[in-house]
Design a protein around this ligand. Structure first.
Ligand code: CTP
Length: 397
């Protein structure tokens, strides 16, 4: 949900300001672009060097960037750039100023300019938090659509115990994820996605593989997360990276992929089988490296179990989606696989289309559903193709 989003983290002068470094690390790990704004007071608690290094962006505090050259920091542009603002920790002072439209700092001017959602995570002593004016100010902010991430009960810097501790960084991240996902079509849906090739071991140094890069399946898993769903990515050997929010299980062989799919199948709402699973595996996996010989050499193979066929035969409510990778009689073969594997729909891609299939960053697909409705798509980036497939899947929920 946070991947690729622009986050303006506003840090104010509280002892809890040190926690902003952990918040930044979690945001960056989740794939967000983070720009930090600090108030002067917050610099007494944590250094701009720490937050600038962790966020990979110079920290902003002042309106003027270089007074000799007449260069200013544009709070209006920054407000427009942000997908959301997070004020954490938010002191009673900053909350009061936000509630009353004051703009005597760069942080406040940016807040007033921004049109995006604003999250406010208060941190203060318990009596300050309980004070009627703080309560009124928070109420005003909430009434205007700002979202309050409530402080926690616990030991405070004053030594008192009560409500006022900044929510823990992990709690703030979980809150953001949930809040950003609200209203998305795949919220609450767990979806198994397989991706990449499988490697069938011949001996300790050799294997039978295929040309799949895994890019299509990985793009599908990311698209599911963007729509609020929970992807479980079972990936064959690939160098691709997936974002932190995606649960990923790495496997080598068709047999391992089958075992992992069986493990999670009863727990998921849908399966998208984008992996190029090997159809054959060596009967004997040699423990020692096979030595070179002058005579001819052959490797005896046996079929692997068809994972999708197994899932199709054992499915309950799950929506099953398969791929058909064809070089001839594509549509006919794809329709046969749709029926024999008991799928909701199948994504057919022809290897004969320019720019489509393995290794490419683009793909050209045809979706065929159980009623034989055929939808042709243009050649698109694999991210856009993933969105088309997810749009089709959403219709089944
Ligand atoms: N598939 C699978 N397990 C296998 C082989 C394939 O789950 N052992 C899945 C693929 O992930 C894909 C679909 O079945 O979603 C069709 O795969 P494809 O390679 O196009 O066809 P196959 O069924 O293997 O048949 P053929 O190789 O004869 O075309």
């Amino acid at each position: 949900m946070l991947r690729g989003s622009n986050v303006l983290l506003c840090v104010t002068g509280s002892i809890a300001a040190y926690k902003s470094s952990f918040i930044i690390r979690l945001l960056v790990k989740a794939g967000a672009n983070v720009q930090v704004i600090m108030t002067q007071a917050s610099k007494e608690f944590v250094t701009p060097l720490t937050l600038g290094t962790l966020s990979k962006n110079p920290v902003l505090t002042d309106f003027v960037k270089n007074s000799d050259a007449g260069v200013w920091n544009n709070h209006v542009d920054l407000g427009l750039w942000a997908d959301f603002i997070l004020v954490a920790p938010a002191t009673a002072n900053t909350i009061a100023k936000m509630a009353h439209g004051e703009a005597d700092s760069f942080l406040l001017a940016t807040y007033l300019s921004a049109k995006c959602p604003v999250y406010v995570a208060p941190a203060m002593d318990l009596d300050m938090y309980q004070h009627a004016s703080t309560k009124d100010n928070l109420f005003l902010l909430e009434e205007r659509g700002n979202i309050i991430i409530k402080p926690k009960y616990g030991e405070l810097a004053s030594g008192l115990v009560g409500e006022g501790r900044l929510a823990e960084p992990e709690e703030i991240l979980a809150f953001l994820e949930l809040s950003l996902a609200a209203g998305k079509p795949l919220v609450g849906k767990k979806i198994l996605v397989t991706a990449g090739p499988t490697h069938e071991s011949i001996d300790p140094v050799r294997f039978i593989g295929n040309r799949s890069s895994g890019k299509m399946g990985f793009a599908i898993a990311e698209a599911i997360a963007e729509q609020g769903g929970e992807p479980i990515l079972i990936a064959g050997p690939t160098s691709l990276e997936s974002s932190a929010e995606i649960k990923r299980i790495n496997v080598e062989s068709a047999n391992e992929m089958l075992a992992e799919c069986k493990n999670v199948f009863s727990d998921v709402d849908a399966v998208i089988m984008a992996a190029a699973v090997a159809d054959f595996t060596p009967i004997q996996k040699q423990i020692q490296k096979i030595k070179k010989a002058d005579s001819k050499m052959s490797i005896a193979l046996k079929p692997t179990e068809d994972i999708l066929l197994y899932l199709g035969n054992h499915k309950k409510e799950q929506v099953l989606v398969g791929f058909a990778m064809e070089t001839e009689n594509g549509l006919e073969n794809a329709k046969k696989k749709l029926k024999s594997k008991n799928l909701a729909f199948i994504v057919y891609n022809s290897l004969n289309e320019k720019g489509a299939g393995f290794q490419h960053d683009t793909n050209k697909i045809v979706i065929i559903d159980q009623h034989n409705k055929i939808t042709n798509f243009e050649l698109k980036s694999k991210q856009e193709v993933a969105n088309d497939i997810i749009d089709e899947l959403i219709k089944y929920f």
